[in-house]
Design a protein. Structure first.
Length: 53
């Protein structure tokens, strides 16, 4: 079952690994997401950021 879809500007978490060091930065992307997944994406992004710090 599909949720409502909206084109939104979101921050995408990007974790890069260089010589054993991890660096997390955010990329702004325009994407279409289901509204019921918005909170999950934000939470997952934060979790990934803390894990990779």
């Amino acid at each position: 079952m599909e949720g409502c879809c909206a084109v939104v500007r979101v921050l995408k978490c990007v974790c890069e690994h260089h010589d054993g060091h991890s660096r997390v930065h955010f990329e702004v992307t325009d994407t279409c997401i289901t509204l019921d997944l918005t909170d999950f994406i934000a939470i997952q992004c934060l979790e990934d950021t803390f894990v990779n710090l």
